[in-house]
Ligand binder design. Structure first.
Ligand code: C2O
Ligand code: CU
Ligand code: CU
Length: 482
């Protein structure tokens, strides 16, 4: 049963409105910070490029995982460590990895200082019950060691959940942007025996969480809430600025997650190399797609295979073509050893689920901005946890249309289930966005998706995944009804 929801802004546990919280945080973490000017790529007094190895977050498997939210001093930049809000002392938090069809209970313990407020945990991309979905104002882990358990069954619509590269992060109402910026994010991999088993695995399967952050002169995180979105001037991969990775001359599976609050990346490889995209937010594609550039908006993922065969002794850089200066260089691969490659990428990977029942309902969600207040809205309203914005019926298929009628790009994320793209601006979907759950929606664009809500009754969110838009109320909720 769902506990009664406090009204927005009236609960004693309620965290101050985002701008106030951000100001408080700024006062806590910085004093007289000078804006930092980015170093040149070749040599920088702040952090020379490609001098630190990539870190692979530790992996947790098994049916019971505890994540302790706590302060930790993390070595991000050279010199003084950065005080962060972490899961288990690292940034990113541990990678949770589980085989599909198995139940995993993740217990979140809140050991952060009381100023951080209550926390909630969302498994982004998962098909979770409402009570385990990371509700913004219920099922919270209270400060002072409070805990909440979230259960993921690994099943969907009578079968196993599809293998996917997901992630988990805080989702507290009004302060998700601050909490994620401070470090509350980690990766979550569902392994699926129904996926082809010849793809690169083990040490050749590398998850990459890409974020941007800003630091003050004392290496501490700076966060000043801006409802247009907060971006940083240092790009981190798995928490390391511009790292390198020594690789063998063979195929690698790279799972790339954009976990930034508001920044989009356009990834490309140097040395004439390209990506073979095999997956999206929602697991494997029907067939691999060759791409030279991949743009990822916040919360989007791309799984790619990159083949370093014939590149022994070379260096290949993963670049962000959307950035200038040092932020253009994201990660350097150093091809340092020769091995025999036993992996392969089949010509077909995984068929899409078939949703061919006649749609039981069609809905439109329009992403806009209130003219007078500047507040972000969905269908002209800001988020209200006491209001249900749509009530789809369990087990039926619906068509949802998302319209961007504001002056800024958005990223539409629907909780609860994957969606099939029907059309983007009236055109059939590109092969690499046939099925996802986080959709970039440019100014003036319209997309229509098809979805089927199974297994779980109750409320789920849909929102813009530019986290400051979300915190500034660009969120709605739907309730699945019998
Ligand atoms: Cu990644 Cu509603 O969240
Ligand atoms: Cu989500
Ligand atoms: Cu938005």
């Amino acid at each position: 049963m769902r506990p009664p929801r406090p009204r927005h802004g009236t609960s004693v546990l309620h965290v101050p409105a985002a701008p106030a919280a951000a100001a408080l945080l700024l006062a806590l973490v910085t004093s007289g910070a000078m804006p930092w000017s980015p170093p040149v790529e070749a040599a920088s007094p702040r952090y020379p490029s490609f001098t630190r190895p990539l870190i692979i977050p530790k992996v947790r498997s098994g049916s019971a995982v505890t994540l302790r939210a706590k302060l930790a001093d993390v070595q991000i930049l050279p010199g003084r460590k950065t005080r962060m809000w972490t899961y288990d002392g690292t940034f990113p938090g541990p990678t949770i990895r589980q085989r599909t069809g198995r139940t995993t209970t993740v217990t979140l313990v809140n050991d952060l200082p009381a100023a951080a407020g209550s926390l909630t945990l969302h498994n982004h991309g998962n098909h979770s019950a409402s009570a385990s979905d990371g509700q913004p104002d219920a099922y919270l882990a209270e400060p002072g060691g409070g805990s909440t358990a979230y259960t993921y069954t690994g099943t969907e619509d009578g079968g196993n959940e599809r293998g996917a590269f997901q992630w988990y992060h805080d989702h507290r109402m009004d302060v998700t942007g601050r909490n994620v910026w401070m470090g509350l994010a980690g990766m979550y991999i569902i392994d699926d025996p129904a996926d082809p088993q010849t793809l690169p695995k083990g040490a050749f399967d590398v998850p990459l969480m890409v974020v941007d952050r800003s630091f003050d002169a004392g290496n501490q995180l700076r966060y000043a809430f801006d409802r247009d979105g907060v971006t940083g001037d240092v790009t981190l991969v798995n928490g390391v600025p511009q790292p390198y990775l020594a690789v063998a001359d063979r195929r690698y599976r790279l799972r790339i997650l954009n976990a930034s609050n508001a920044r989009s990346y356009t990834f490309a490889l140097s040395d004439g190399m390209s990506f073979l995209q095999i997956g999206t937010d929602s697991g494997l594609l029907p067939a691999p797609v060759r791409r030279t550039r991949i743009t990822l908006a916040p919360a989007e993922r791309a799984e790619v295979v990159v083949d370093f065969a014939g590149k022994l002794g070379k260096r290949v850089v993963l670049r962000d073509l959307a950035a200038d200066g040092p932020q253009r260089s994201v990660l350097q691969f150093r091809v340092t050893r020769h091995v025999r490659d036993d992996s392969s990428v089949p010509a077909t990977l995984r068929p899409l689920p078939v949703l061919d029942d006649a749609p039981a309902a069609e809905r439109t969600f329009s992403f806009g901005q209130a003219r007078l207040t500047g507040r972000w809205t969905i269908n002209d309203r800001g988020f209200d946890p006491m209001r249900v914005d749509a009530s789809p019926r369990l087990g039926t298929t619906e068509l949802w249309t998302f319209v961007n009628d504001s002056g800024a790009p958005h990223v539409v994320h629907v909780h609860g289930t994957d969606q099939l793209l029907v059309s983007r601006d009236g055109r059939p979907p590109a092969p690499y966005e046939a099925m996802k759950e986080s959709w970039p929606l440019g100014i003036g664009e319209t997309i229509t998706v098809k979805l089927k809500l199974t297994d779980n009754l109750g409320t789920f969110m849909l929102h813009c995944h530019i986290l400051e838009h979300e915190d500034a109320a660009m969120m709605a909720q739907y309730e699945v009804v019998p």
